[in-house]
Write a protein that binds this ligand. Structure first.
Ligand code: BGC
Length: 352
């Protein structure tokens, strides 16, 4: 065969390859899509807030199926606190041809393997709740983040604590005009733990209340760990603790468990404030054990994530989704106290 003819044949083969790899350059129109598959992996299925968020996500998916007639198949995995397990789960979901993958990173500083695999397979990723650094999210245009406006949670927790101190003289147990506090912190390095600790305290001070830090302990968002840490601090500081600032409701409840186990008269309890508004957290605000909490809008986050996942899977436009910089969806927090707790309890129990 002549050299020019050979070149033409090679050229044709190359073109055919490109066309078949790119799916013949044709997107399936939405009306022809019968089903989509969404993969989800969570860092720990026993995390109270995350598990409630996923429950909502499932409900919104069923609602969307009914509304659109498109079957939504969900594959949900528990990474059980192991980043390498999570990486393998993402690989499985890609092999299973998920249209989009939602990742609640175990280690928010280690998204590289997942991003590389997803990009190679051209499958978009929605990270949620555990925020990766901006540079990582910039690495590919099909990466998104759904979460909350982190700063707000710390500020609001501080506002609740400051207002309790100002309006309830009995909160200042030793009557020295200073709010003696301890902090129960979430995981070291988690974006929410960092900002909640910093801004809750700085806000109390900004509101004109003098504070004294007695101690802090890391309890990894976990109720049992918080109970242990609180029991130790009660042993050390006893009645001097006037305020417990917990980075989440589960740890606030762990502190309450310790107060109960130590058989301290509730009249002598410190003021306890949490964040999340999980069902158990709201219950504790209602029965007066917690002074307040800050609502982490799991319904809003679940709904936004489902809508984004749906549109990415069906090739729909992302307009109207309130995407910051084309990549972030952040839902606002809200303060919850005894006066409005019922409203949030209704919202929490409403099946979407
Ligand atoms: C929630 C915590 C949760 C953590 C998990 C935070 O936003 O407030 O309750 O344990 O996310 O990543």
């Amino acid at each position: 065969m002549k050299r020019e003819n050979r070149l033409i044949i090679y050229g044709i083969i190359l073109c055919l390859l490109v066309v078949s790899i790119s799916g013949c350059g044709r997107e399936i129109p939405e009306e022809e899509i019968k089903s989509i598959k969404i993969g989800v992996t969570v860092y720990d299925q026993y995390d109270t807030f995350v598990s409630q968020l996923i429950e909502r996500f499932n409900s919104y998916a069923s609602e969307k199926e009914t509304e659109t007639g498109i079957a939504i198949n969900l594959e949900v995995y528990n990474a059980a606190d192991s980043q390498s397990t999570q990486n393998n789960q993402v690989e499985t979901m890609l092999n299973d041809r998920c249209n989009v993958i939602c990742v609640n990173l175990v280690d928010r500083t280690e998204p590289t393997t997942i991003i590389d695999m997803a990009e190679k397979n051209d499958v978009p990723v929605i990270f949620f709740n555990r925020e990766l650094v901006a540079e990582d999210l910039e690495r590919w245009d099909k990466l998104y983040y759904v979460g909350a406006k982190a700063l707000e949670s710390g500020i609001m927790e501080g506002e609740i604590a400051a207002s309790v101190f100002k309006n309830n003289p009995e909160a200042d147990k030793n009557e020295d005009g200073i709010f003696q506090y301890i902090v129960l912190e979430g995981e070291a390095g988690h974006q929410d733990a960092i900002v909640r600790t910093e801004y809750s305290v700085s806000t109390i001070i900004e509101k004109g209340v003098e504070v004294e830090k007695l101690n802090y302990a890391i309890a990894n968002w976990n109720r049992a760990q918080a109970q242990t840490k609180m029991a130790q601090m009660l042993g050390e500081y006893g009645n001097s603790i006037e305020l417990v600032l917990a980075n989440n409701d589960d740890m606030a409840l762990g502190a309450i468990d310790a107060l109960k186990a130590a058989e301290i008269n509730p009249e002598r309890w410190p003021v306890v404030v949490g964040i999340d508004g999980t069902s158990v957290g709201l219950e504790a605000v209602k029965n007066g054990e917690m002074a307040g909490t800050v609502y982490n809008d799991k319904e809003g986050q679940a709904k936004a994530m489902l809508e984004l996942a749906y549109r990415l899977s069906t090739g729909g436009s992302l307009s109207g989704l309130d995407l910051e910089n084309g990549k972030y969806i952040r839902l606002p927090y809200a303060k919850v106290g005894p006066d409005d707790v019922e409203e949030y309890m209704n919202r929490d129990s409403r099946v979407p």
